[in-house]
Design a protein around this ligand. Structure first.
Ligand code: HEM
Length: 485
């Protein structure tokens, strides 16, 4: 059964072939070829084959969370205040009258936060109740803290055979028309992370990644790559191109190219995990990386000239998408030869009605009405995981905290980190980019995780550059979309 049964040894061969063909303008001292990286390759073979051994290496939920700024005191805020701030009419709820206002448009295309959401699903899954009550030390992450597309590959053809095509197990199974993931008879998606089925946009990106993998399988076969190597070569190629997009396109747009360059050259100041002890900082999972909630629009157009649909409830997932609700990805990403895509919402500390009143199929049954609001949940999480205030983090990293005028509201003892980061993006990032606190946390964590991952391109061959065709100077998301048609 093709590459599906590949043993660890054949993974090493696959990776070595890839490294040998990779461009080798690596930085001095960095591993340049397979001969330089025997230990890394051993780690890749053991950990990346997605075979039986993976579960033994990392039992589900074994990864931990931690604090990035352990010296800072937790900000203690009355949960009632947090819930009111996030609920309808609260400071974090957008005024519905601005939904159609062009001033609400960010510079960046509407698809970027959805891409960011998939990255979140790839690296962090805290399944503890939002009401809190769990010691942050006891929290477990159901994802490995690696940008390795675990949310599509899961345990691979051996551990998760229902994801793959029985007639060609090197390929993912899709719906009959190729526009959806496979589902059981109750409509539940058979995918690596159920959260990717939460709405039409994350589903469409997930499906695009499955098509990209299958397309790579065809490409490798047409290049006479030996069949036992095909699955792993396709998987690693897709993962490295995805990592490349994160480093060279997604992050520069979100935090600015200068900060990315600094991270690549010097590493992080506050987050430099060792490969064996990589973890997700709670300041990232429960504050900074939830910036994306503030970039979601209330309504979207799916096809050129088509009507706009509210994200929720109209485009909610967890079931097959209606035939008239298929998304043309060029409506959310700028693709050469197509008109400009819709834009993301400007970051301003407020979430649209779709996210202030999440449907029950997204939240499950809730014990308090405010738990339907994603803003309330974001604020409550930060409280229950003991995050410091935004002002405290700003002072620690050496930047001037936001002024009361910039914040617009005084909070007792300091501003919750999540909200601070959104306001910082509004005031210091023109509503398009994260400011110095949010940007530093996000950039340090994503690049730190890539550096700590022994199988990432940054670890194995930092001079690598994409091998797939690009319309512009370098491979990007629009090339991935074009690749899958
Ligand atoms: C588009 C609609 C989205 C919906 C409906 C959504 C919904 C949710 C929900 C319900 C949670 C769990 C909240 C809690 O209980 O604490 C969550 C967590 C989270 N979201 Fe979103 N989200 C969306 C978009 C995004 C985007 C665009 C990003 C980032 C770019 C993002 C990043 C995160 C992160 C980092 C977490 C914490 C995950 C964890 O550690 O388990 N989300 N989201």
């Amino acid at each position: 059964m093709a590459g599906a049964t590949a043993a660890p040894a054949s993974c090493s061969i696959a990776m070595s072939q890839m490294l040998v063909t990779a461009k080798t303008n690596a930085t001095p001292g960095a591993p340049r070829s397979v001969d330089d990286v025997p230990e890394l390759l051993a780690a890749v073979a053991r950990d990346q084959c997605l075979s039986r051994v993976r579960a033994a290496d990392r039992p589900i939920g074994a990864a931990r969370y931690g604090h990035m700024f352990p010296s800072l005191e937790p900000l203690v805020t009355d949960p009632g205040l947090l819930m009111r701030a996030g609920d309808n009419g609260g400071v974090c709820a957008a005024d519905p009258s601005v939904y159609e206002c062009p001033d609400d448009d960010a510079t960046e295309a509407a698809g970027w936060p959805f891409f960011g959401q998939l990255v979140a699903h790839d690296i962090t899954a805290d399944r503890s109740p939002v009401a809190g009550g769990v010691d942050p030390e006891a929290l477990r992450n159901a994802r490995a803290p690696r940008l390795n597309l675990e949310m599509i590959y899961a345990d691979g053809p051996i551990g998760a055979p229902y994801l793959f095509d029985l007639d060609d197990p090197a390929k993912f199974l899709l719906s009959r028309d190729g526009g959806d993931v496979p589902r059981n008879r109750q409509g539940v998606a058979l995918i690596g992370d159920p959260r990717n089925d939460v709405h039409l946009f994350s589903l469409a990106l997930h499906v695009a990644l499955l098509h990209a993998h299958n397309g790579l399988v065809d490409l490798l076969r047409s290049n006479d790559v030996p069949e036992p190597d095909v699955f792993d070569r396709a998987r690693i190629t897709l993962i490295w191109h995805y990592q490349w997009i994160v480093v060279h396109e997604f992050l520069p747009r979100l935090v600015g190219g200068a900060l990315v360059d600094e991270m690549l050259a010097e590493g992080g100041r506050f987050f430099t995990p060792h490969p064996a002890g990589a973890y997700i900082p709670l300041e990232f999972a429960d504050a900074a990386y939830r910036y994306g909630h503030g970039q979601i629009r209330h309504a979207y157009r799916l096809v050129a000239g088509g009507p706009q649909f509210p994200l929720f409830p109209d485009l909610a997932g967890f079931g097959p998408p209606a035939p008239d609700r298929r998304l043309d990805l060029s409506q959310i990403f700028d693709v050469p030869g197509h008109p400009p895509a819709q834009r993301a919402k400007r970051l301003d500390g407020r979430l649209p009605a779709s996210l202030i009143g999440l449907p029950e199929r997204v939240t499950g049954a809730v014990s308090a009405a405010a738990h339907r609001s994603l803003a309330s949940r974001d604020l409550l999480r930060g409280g229950s995981t003991g995050l410091p205030s935004g002002e405290a983090v700003a002072e620690l990293i050496g930047v001037a905290p936001l002024t009361p005028d910039e914040l617009g509201q005084a909070w007792p003892g300091g501003t919750p980190l999540w909200l601070y980061i959104l306001k910082e993006a509004e005031c210091r990032g023109a509503g398009d980019r994260l400011g110095p606190v949010g940007g530093r946390i996000v950039a340090e964590v994503l690049i730190g995780l890539l550096r700590a991952d022994p199988a990432s391109y940054l670890s194995l061959d930092p001079g690598w550059s994409p091998s797939l065709p690009a319309a512009g100077a370098t491979f990007g998301i629009s090339d991935l979309i074009t690749l899958v048609g």
